[in-house]
Design a protein around this ligand. Structure first.
Ligand SMILES: Cc1cc2nc3c(=O)[nH]c(=O)nc-3n(C[C@H](O)[C@H](O)[C@H](O)COP(=O)(O)OP(=O)(O)OC[C@H]3O[C@@H](n4cnc5c(N)ncnc54)[C@H](O)[C@@H]3O)c2cc1C
Length: 417
């Protein structure tokens, strides 16, 4: 079977890999000159399968209102005349309630834990170097109120399959001694020992090489313009380099996915949620974290990538604006240095920004479109790398009309119809 994968981010490449393993003829199309040059390029580096908490959570709206208009807020919502944003926001708000929050958490955890199993299987047979660290993730709480809310959720998350340990301040520092120098208060933490971290770009690039060895072809510098249908099937994909025809098509265009399916009768509620990352050389090894960290108050994630420290954060709802706002990027750096003051060489910081393809419920859109030969694998939001390999296996199964290994109820576009 000939399959065209649209998009060469971590989702597109992992899907191409699974399809090639199944023996299909695969072509990957992307407008960039190589793989992982957009959102999958310099993300937070966490493989946080045991996390699973959706962005739409009880209490989030109250916090978002408090942050309105604050330029350094971790969540910035720019009021604009954008029907896509308004409709997304209404759907987001309806997901911030208790029963839905837990349904969404269950979906995310199921897919993330499956993805962890898949990535480990792949790493056992392919040589992929990506500054991998299997030292768990420590989530820090800087005030008692938020820590107590998190403690209330621990049991429910465990019942959904997440492995987590509660740590007091002393326990956090024992796990990550570099926290001793933190100028930020620490109320406690939750440690997920099976989580990992690494460089998503290096991983995607190396996996693309594995794809090449399995016969996958790449068509870079090629912009998709429309997806053409005939009756209830996709007939071809139009690009600026001409049409491409295949038996099956996989949509993995990240934040841009919804723009290409409206004419196919699909309204995918994926909104670009801009984030920033800073990568800094480690100055003093004893003062830089070796465990991947999530800071709940500062809304930051830290990953040690070799002799560098990657810090990522910020959520900005402002359409498809890809400009790097230097002042917001600097807030990421300054807040990171409050936790690890003498860890990194701030003069050599590299800043980056990317658009998370965010659904209102934080669950990706994974399933067949109205056209049975179009598979949707998109909308992975804040956890795209974490969920990539499981999503890829499921997409390959759907392409072949095979039942996926995990229950995919609740992942399709139909939930928004
Ligand atoms: C600041 C930040 C921190 C993050 N941290 C983490 C983390 O720690 N852990 C985690 O799991 N996830 C994290 N994420 C999320 C993760 O990076 C994304 O979910 C993931 O990269 C999305 O992958 P993708 O392949 O869907 O999208 P992309 O990587 O954006 O790939 C889409 C591809 O489609 C191509 N494309 C788009 N339009 C067209 C067109 N018209 N024609 C041709 N090609 C086109 C683009 O060039 C691009 O290569 C973070 C994201 C951000 C922004």
């Amino acid at each position: 079977m000939k399959v065209v994968v649209l998009g060469a981010g971590v989702i597109g490449i992992s899907t191409a890999y699974e399809l090639a393993c199944d023996g299909h003829d695969v072509i990957v199309v992307d407008r960039c000159e190589d793989v992982a040059l957009e959102t999958s390029n310099a993300n937070g580096g966490q493989l946080s399968s045991d996390h699973g908490e959706p962005l739409a959570a009880p209490g989030v709206i109250r916090k978002a209102i408090k942050w309105l208009g604050k330029h350094d807020a971790p969540l910035l919502y720019r009021l604009r005349l954008d029907p896509q944003l308004w409709s997304w926001t209404l759907q987001f708000m309806s997901n911030c309630k208790d029963p839905l929050f837990w349904d969404n958490a269950a979906h995310i955890l199921r897919l993330s834990l499956y993805s962890r199993q898949r990535i480990r299987d792949i790493l056992a047979r392919e040589t992929i170097a990506f500054d991998r660290l299997s030292t768990g993730i420590l989530t820090l709480y800087h005030n008692d109120k938020d820590f107590n809310v998190a403690l209330n959720n621990v049991q429910s998350m465990k019942e959904l399959g997440s492995v987590r340990e509660i740590l007091d301040r002393k326990g956090c520092i024992e796990h990550e001694p570099a926290l001793e120098f933190s100028s930020a208060p620490i109320s406690g933490g939750i440690f997920t020992p099976n989580d990992e971290s690494g460089d998503c770009y290096l991983f995607t690039k190396a996996l693309a090489e594995c794809c090449r060895r399995r016969g996958v072809q790449f068509q870079f510098n090629t912009t998709v313009t429309t997806i053409e249908r005939k009756d209830w099937r996709v007939k071809s994909v139009q690009t600026d380099k001409g049409p491409i025809e295949a038996d099956v098509y996989v949509l993995a265009l990240g934040s841009y996915s919804p723009l290409f399916v409206q004419e196919l009768g699909l309204n995918l509620p994926i909104y670009p949620a801009k984030g920033y990352s800073v990568t800094v050389p480690v100055k003093d090894d004893t003062k830089a974290p070796k465990t991947s960290i999530t800071s709940k108050d500062y809304k930051l994630v830290f990953s040690r990538l070799g002799n560098k420290l990657r810090v990522a954060g910020m959520l900005e709802f402002n359409g498809y604006d890809t400009n790097l706002d230097a002042s917001r990027a600097r807030v990421v750096l300054e807040n990171a240095l409050k936790l690890f003051p003498r860890a990194a060489d701030r003069d050599h910081a590299e800043f980056w920004t990317g658009l998370r393809p965010q659904t209102p419920d934080s669950v990706p859109i994974l399933g067949r479109a109205r056209q049975e030969n179009l598979v949707l694998n998109t909308g992975h939001g804040m956890l795209g790398w974490t969920m990539a390999m499981g999503s890829a296996r499921i997409a390959a199964d759907l392409a072949a009309h095979r039942a996926p290994e995990i229950d995919v109820d609740g992942f399709g576009w139909e939930r928004f119809a």
